[in-house]
Design a protein around this ligand. Structure first.
Ligand code: XUL
Length: 509
């Protein structure tokens, strides 16, 4: 028997997934939603909008409570003492700032006090900036200037300085709250913070998530001393080590043994970001498959041979937790934009939205719906229209086509032709949406039988790193495609090629 647990701390929820890797079965899944499950906390979406200059933060104590609620629910479904290893996936770029005494909070095994009570007094920054934060344009400019320009930063760290990335966020904190920075002893990513909490001591940041900080030398897989120096004073001493994804942080802490009945032999494997984790969970950790995840943010990613970077500065190169690297294109206006269009068109649910997409003629006009300031392409909120004018009846299709075309356009730098698209995330279950992606990319779309690819990736990584399982064997069982490949309509290719070049022109102008 080899039972493993994958945890995903995402923007809106904490998910826990238990696999039996010998029987090849999913034993239990539990979730806690930061908004709906904690109505008195008043963060209905799980994060805090409307901060100064585009700040978007979240409450790390709410994340801890979310983890505990998910584990409490999980413990009613399966025997946690049988779990041999656990790992974590976390929303990327978000950071947690800890003051002196944080090691005691990590090591405190007293099961009568919840984690949030232990950590409340050791946060040197009460809230955590998350990936939706766009407040650091000035810090991005300053870091890029200190490092010799965007191209150099991109070549060194895998991305140009990017507002949501952790380095610029750290710099803004150090500049705007020097006393808070002075009090800070440790900065963790969401993934490394939760791996540390589970292990009861500091866990390393993995090279997958570490690459989303503008601080790591992407080729060496180590912190870059020049990037650290350009970001904030004394940063090197405040970061945990950076290590390959298959590193074991240690056995699970006494807190989880006493409070949830874990075995003291359960091993904690260091965490990674949700996109690198999904790469593993989708069975795409080796080059060849392109994953599109349609969630709060839409992302496109693929394992790549060697290191390639986007000279246009929009795409990112991250470490692949299984070795090598991966590309990532991240679009902020994902499901929230689809939802805005659905509501605007008076469509009561996603089935009605799917009907509207199917009913409208294909490849006539596309609309890129940017309801909020966008990161790929970098633009203020507003819609970009190309091709024929779109009325309300055609808008749902045109908006999905616009999103698919923009992902196609902004992933050209990766350079590998798309032979198969793996679609995941909430909207991927919508057959009309899947058909549009197949048609726009001119590639068959496959969906996996298992949802929660980020939590699944964490569980598979735990099994590989701590229980010696081969990823290729795990993939055969847990990443099997769902029946029903969605085939592209090749006759639409020329029309979509035209719309893509029109979109490129409209965005350049
Ligand atoms: C990736 C990114 C988002 C978050 C969402 O760069 O910012 O996909 O990881 O959780």
């Amino acid at each position: 028997m080899a039972r493993v647990l994958g945890l995903d701390l995402s923007t809106q929820s904490a998910t826990a997934l238990v696999l039996d890797t010998v029987a090849g079965t999913t034993l239990a899944r539990a979730r806690a939603a930061f908004g709906p499950d904690f109505p008195d906390r008043d963060h209905p979406e799980g994060f805090i909008r409307g901060g100064k200059d585009g700040e978007v933060h979240a409450d790390p104590l709410l994340w801890l409570d979310g983890l505990e609620l998910a584990l409490a629910r999980l413990s009613k479904l399966t025997d946690l003492s049988q779990i041999e290893a656990v790992s974590v996936s976390g929303q990327q770029h978000g950071s947690v700032y800890l003051a002196a005494g944080y090691e005691d909070a990590l090591g405190d095994a007293d099961p009568s006090r919840p984690l949030s009570a232990k950590f409340a007094s050791v946060l040197s920054r009460r809230t955590s900036p998350i990936w939706m934060d766009s407040s650091t344009a000035e810090e991005c400019r300053e870091i890029a200037a200190a490092l010799g320009g965007d191209r150099k930063v991109c070549d060194l760290t895998g991305s140009v300085t990017t507002p949501r990335f952790t380095g610029p966020q750290i710099r803004r904190f150090a500049k705007t709250d020097a006393a808070g920075w002075e009090r800070t002893r440790r900065v963790h990513l969401v993934s490394s913070f939760f791996a540390s909490v589970l292990a009861g001591r500091d866990a390393a940041i993995d090279t997958g998530d570490g690459a989303g900080m503008n601080l790591m030398d992407i080729r060496a897989g180590e912190w870059s001393p020049v990037a650290l120096a350009a970001t904030a004073p004394g940063l090197a001493a405040r970061l945990p080590a950076v290590r390959p994804g298959a590193t074991i942080a240690g056995p699970i802490s006494g807190y989880f043994v006493c409070r949830y009945g874990f075995s003291p032999r359960c091993q904690v494997v260091i965490g990674t970001g949700d996109n690198p984790s999904s790469l593993v969970g989708m069975g795409a950790a080796r080059p060849g498959k392109v994953v599109i995840s349609l969630g709060t943010s839409d992302t496109l990613f693929a394992a790549i041979d060697g290191i390639r970077t986007d000279t246009a500065g929009l795409g990112h190169a991250f470490g692949n937790p299984m070795g090598g690297s991966m590309s990532l294109v991240c679009v902020r206006n994902g499901s929230l934009a689809r939802e805005a269009v659905r509501k605007e068109c008076g469509l009561s649910d996603w089935a009605a939205f799917a009907d509207a997409v199917t009913a409208a003629p294909a490849a006539q006009g596309a609309v890129l719906p940017m309801e909020e300031p966008e990161i790929t392409p970098r633009r203020p909120a507003g819609r970009v229209h190309v091709g024929r004018t779109t009325d309300k009846a055609a808008l749902p299709r045109a908006a999905v086509e616009g999103q698919a075309l923009s992902l196609r356009l902004h992933s050209r730098w990766v350079g590998t032709p798309t032979t198969e698209l793996l679609l995941t995330g909430g909207a991927s279950e919508n057959p009309a949406v899947a058909q549009v992606f197949a048609d726009v990319f001119g590639a068959p779309v496959v969906r996996l039988a298992v949802s929660d690819s980020a939590a699944l990736g964490a569980a598979l990584r735990a099994s590989h790193a701590a229980c010696g399982a081969e990823l290729i064997d795990l993939e055969k069982v847990f990443c099997a495609p769902a029946p029903g490949v969605v085939r592209p309509d090749a006759s639409l290719r020329p029309a979509y090629d035209c719309l893509e070049s029109e979109l490129a022109k409209a965005l350049a102008g």
